[in-house]
Design a protein around this ligand. Structure first.
Ligand code: PDD
Length: 281
């Protein structure tokens, strides 16, 4: 597989990452996962805007997003055989410097981009998944797409051990988001999801879902909700780049919507898929 690393397109086996890279030493960097459908990059401008914002928030301003867009498009072309339905992983770290917590005096970011194939099994999207709830032990800036993902990794592993697809976090009694997805509930025909603040990542899929709801005249509420309100929901779904829109049919031991995907979730999912198939989203 051809990947991009610091100015070159090379075979993945030839990439050589320094042990002094601050991503490796400190998790000092940011990333994006961007879906590719039929060789075309989904919402690239939105992902690059979020990346620009993450970089600004961690004080790494000077990465050119127009150059990066060209790199990512070239990467997809160079891997045409595997980009029918895949994703791009792109990571930018604060570069290579002898270990010192302070920033290096000159900045040479390390940029890595590759195609990854971790997309959700369509059967799960059709039949729904189980989630578990766990305390949100992450830091206070979950709106930055940081590569430091230890709390997410531990929670995802716990979900796997409990036969669940995703772990969803609770902070001060309120549901925030999953380890790699945003979450919404449906109650009385209204879609409700956590507002954009420092406790969640502003998901691109979340944006698309809210746009679709408005088009479909489905009322939307961006208000935090309590764990009890989640368990009392008519329907629940999770959403993200690799997951797309996926019904939740079980939270811990409790079935949701009788253990079956709910009709509004499936309606939103169907419209989302149709637009993607037509290349219209
Ligand atoms: N995760 N919340 C968190 C914590 C995430 O890591 C993600 C994405 C999302 C959904 O965002 P989007 O719709 O833009 O993908 C929400 C990616 C897919 C990942 O880490 O693999």
């Amino acid at each position: 597989m051809i990947v991009y690393y610091n100015g070159s397109f090379i075979d993945k086996s030839e990439v050589c990452i320094s042990p002094d890279d601050r991503g490796f030493l400190f998790g000092d960097g940011t990333y994006e996962v961007i879906r590719v459908y039929n060789q075309s990059i989904f919402r690239l401008a939105d992902h690059l805007n979020r990346l620009r914002r993450s970089l600004r928030e961690i004080r790494m301003n000077d990465v050119d997003m127009d150059d990066l867009a060209k790199i990512l498009n070239a990467l997809v072309k160079k891997n045409a055989s595997m980009t029918g339905d895949a994703a791009i992983y792109v990571q930018i770290t604060r570069g290579i410097a002898a270990r010192n917590h302070r920033f290096p005096t000159t900045l040479h970011p390390s940029i890595y981009a590759a195609i990854i194939e971790t997309v959700l099994n369509p059967e799960l999207r059709k039949n729904g998944v189980k989630i578990i709830l766990l305390p949100d032990q992450r830091w206070g800036r979950c709106d930055i797409k940081s590569i430091s993902l230890l709390a997410n990794v531990l929670a995802a592993e716990e979900a796997h051990r409990q036969n669940a697809y995703e772990a969803v976090f609770i902070r001060d009694g309120l549901i925030t988001e999953g380890t790699r997805t945003n979450i919404a509930l449906i109650r009385d025909d209204t879609v409700r999801t956590h507002p954009l603040d420092h406790h969640i990542l502003g998901g691109i899929t979340r944006d698309v879902v809210l746009e679709l709801c408005r088009k479909l005249k489905i009322p939307v509420s961006e208000q935090p909700f309590h764990q009890d309100q989640l368990l009392d929901a008519d329907e629940i779904f999770i959403m993200g780049t690799t997951t797309e829109i996926c019904p939740v049919i079980q939270v811990n031991d409790q079935l949701i919507h009788g253990g079956k995907p709910g009709p509004m979730t499936m309606k939103i999912q169907t419209v989302f898929r149709k637009l993607i198939d037509k290349g219209r989203i």
